[in-house]
Write a protein that binds this ligand. Structure first.
Ligand code: BDP
Length: 679
């Protein structure tokens, strides 16, 4: 199926005349593995889109049509370009420019990585059938770290994987299918991803051994492939490695032997992979080991690793997903939402410079609707990365369509007021606001070895959109969506219209039929798909809705609640604390209200619940109707794949509607104003 190639299908271009001259020759101004990848990609794409096999020459001659190189290797003066154009581009930046006579196109990077990105950009232009006349594009990525976190286990399974097994591992070893890893690297690189951690943040016994000579040669092999696409390899590590691998009696970060062990380990890793990125660490979280065991904190915990990696320029990506997962549900005062901030905010300024804190976008856990984590922006002197989840753990698990780019845009544009007006999440994580030395955006991957990578083919759009946003958070949702549709499905106006409609509505729709007004959860414990009204209500995990016969919602206000709102800054704290001003969609995250409470929309909470749940199902029915109109207009395999998934989504939505509506009808005793059937 074509959908294996996702947005790199390089579909045949019908009116190709305007491109054929320019694509006949590729002149390469320097040699490197990354440049080889660019040449390779150009060759694949030009053959496939234009049926041209370009001549590749290892020098730049006047007649050449595509000129590929760096600003230092190409004599820019020959083309009337000043190298100064590159002054304000960082090492991954590039220029795509046609010459004045429009007979040549320059794909010039600041470094070879930039040249590769330029090639991908150029190919996007061709596939979107845009004009090359007078083209001049200068780009530089806004975020430094643009990272993918695989949650892959070496037995081949994937934590929260919804599209088959791992493409990296099976049978407690690396897979032999390196070609697939290369294809993944192409996909990631084409949207600007430049870093990846290849194993699950929960590091079990086998994965702990990734740091040993048994597996390091294989990590090296994978890193070599990824490197040729400008992608740096990281590993998730087990904090107890000094015990499990080093036979030390302790992993106490302040123990001299432990410190030495990490230093030697780092040296060993870098002897295999000189540009190894560093460690991703989930410590003292959900049962994983960490410095707490030894009476130490996150600072000591992270810094010992940072010191070991520092001589090699390596980084420690330390996750802030730390909370008490064994809390007592009877203790209403323990608010899980407070945990990341309470744990980390007091530590600002104490981490070494090659430590980056990775903060989930919301305070709880990737719900369809959550406020933005108040920790983001709250640490002026500590590098931060925001973490998204492309894998749709809580948003339909790649059975249901849920296009998350609109959610990520909202998060990135959110003003934290942490340092006065204009302290937006995007300006925090791109490093500009506090001048962080390292920062960026990371996300949990949604791919597996399913033939189309993502289970539901439409979930490819989330992977695409994530990458594009990490490169430039200012791209609009519509721009990204249209790019993805055209690259993947072509230009048929009907196809474009239907896909735009479905994708742009899908997040709202998912929210409509699941847990209402920001209260979250109400999912089946463990696997997290489908409704379970009280599934987590009386458990230790700290994710409650507090529904009773009088009302629903979590009081997180200052006076009567958990005080969580106090972690926000200025107007945000006020807005969320106020029952009148709190935005409807987050009302139940911050307030406990009677079912008759009136929303800004004019509806009562209970009527809103009924309305949105009926509406959610109707919207899925509309998606299905519209999708069915595309039969014959999209590849049959894809048509059937999405159609099947929509059937599952419809069943899911109906189940949510019926359980949620019934639950709240029974709790509240208030009938639906519109007298619809509530089971
Ligand atoms: C939760 C997942 C769990 C992950 C955890 C994490 O349910 O499987 O291990 O996040 O981020 O969302 O570490």
């Amino acid at each position: 199926t074509d959908s294996y190639h996702c947005w790199l299908q390089y579909r045949k271009i019908e009116n190709a005349d305007k491109y054929t001259n320019i694509a006949s020759t590729i002149s390469v101004a320097l040699q490197s593995v990354v440049i080889d990848s660019a040449v390779n990609e150009l060759k694949i794409a030009l053959k496939s889109m234009l049926d041209i096999v370009p001549t590749v020459q290892q020098s730049v001659e006047d007649e050449s049509s595509i000129i590929l190189g760096t600003y230092e290797s190409v004599n820019l003066n020959n083309y009337g370009i000043s190298p100064k154009l590159f002054d304000d581009l960082n090492e991954e930046g590039y220029l795509v420019k046609t010459t004045d006579d429009n007979r040549q196109v320059l794909l010039i990077g600041k470094t070879d990585k930039g040249a590769l990105y330029a090639a991908f950009h150029f190919l996007r232009i061709l596939q979107q059938e845009e004009s090359l006349i007078g083209l001049e594009i200068r780009e530089t990525p806004k975020n430094q770290l643009r990272m993918m976190n695989q949650w892959d286990n070496m037995n081949g399974s994937i934590e929260r994987g919804y599209s088959g097994n791992s493409i990296f591992f099976n049978d407690n070893d690396f897979t032999k299918d390196l070609a697939r890893i290369k294809d993944y690297a192409r996909l990631l690189s084409s949207v600007g991803i430049n870093a990846i951690s290849i194993n699950n943040v929960n590091v079990w016994e086998v994965e702990t051994k990734l740091l040993t000579k048994e597996f390091l040669p294989k990590v090296k092999e994978v890193a070599t492939i990824l490197r040729s696409y400008g992608i740096t390899t990281y590993l998730s590590i087990n904090y107890a490695s000094p015990i499990e691998l080093g036979n030390l009696p302790t992993a106490d970060p302040l123990d001299k032997e432990v410190e030495k062990w990490w230093a030697r380990k780092a040296e060993e890793i870098y002897s295999y992979i000189p540009d190894f990125g560093g460690f991703v660490v989930k410590a003292d979280s959900e049962g994983r080991p960490g410095p707490f065991t030894y009476g130490r904190g996150h600072v000591e915990g992270a810094n010992v690793l940072a010191r070991a990696l520092q001589p090699f320029n390596g980084k420690v990506v330390w996750r802030c997903f730390v909370y008490n997962c064994l809390q007592d549900w009877r203790d209403r005062k323990t608010d899980r939402a407070r945990a990341a901030y309470d744990n980390f905010k007091p530590l600002d300024g104490q981490f070494l410079d090659n430590v980056i804190l990775q903060v989930k976008n919301g305070p709880v856990d990737f719900q369809v609707r959550e406020p933005i984590s108040p920790l983001i922006g709250a640490m002026k002197e500590t590098n931060q990365v925001v973490e998204f989840q492309i894998a749709q753990e809580y948003t339909g698990q790649q059975k249901d369509v849920c296009y998350l780019v609109p959610q990520w845009k909202e998060i990135l544009n959110f003003d934290t007021y942490a340092d006065g007006e204009g302290s937006t999440v995007k300006s925090i994580v791109d490093g500009s606001h506090y001048n962080y030395s390292h920062s960026g955006i990371a996300a949990v991957s949604n791919i597996g070895n399913d033939i189309n990578w993502t289970g539901n083919t439409l979930a490819q759009a989330n992977l695409y959109g994530f990458g594009r946003l990490t490169w430039n958070p200012d791209l609009s949702t519509e721009e990204i969506t249209d790019e993805w549709i055209q690259l993947t499905f072509g230009h048929d106006p009907k196809v474009v219209e239907v896909l735009e409609f479905i994708l742009l509505q899908s997040w709202r729709t998912y929210e409509n039929y699941t847990a209402p007004l920001g209260v979250g959860w109400m999912v089946n414990p463990n696997h997290h798909y489908g409704p379970n009204v009280d599934g987590y209500e009386y458990s230790k995990w700290g994710t409650y809705h507090f529904a009773d016969c009088k009302g629903i919602g979590v009081d997180r206000t200052m006076k009567t609640g958990t005080g969580y709102v106090g972690q926000y800054f200025g107007p945000n704290a006020e807005r969320y604390n106020s029952l009148e001003d709190c935005p409807d969609e987050l009302l139940l995250f911050f307030h406990h209200v009677p079912y008759t409470h009136k929303l800004h929309s004019g509806e009562t909470v209970i009527q809103h619940i009924y309305n949105t749940h009926f509406q959610g199902v109707e919207e899925v029915e509309t998606f299905i109707k519209k999708w069915n109109e595309l039969e014959g207009k999209v590849e049959n395999w894809v048509f059937e794949n999405v159609k099947e998934r929509f059937q599952l989504q419809l069943e899911n939505a109906m189940e949510w509607r019926d359980r949620i509506n019934t639950y709240f009808y029974r709790k509240s005793g208030i009938a639906d104003e519109k007298n619809r059937t509530i089971y």
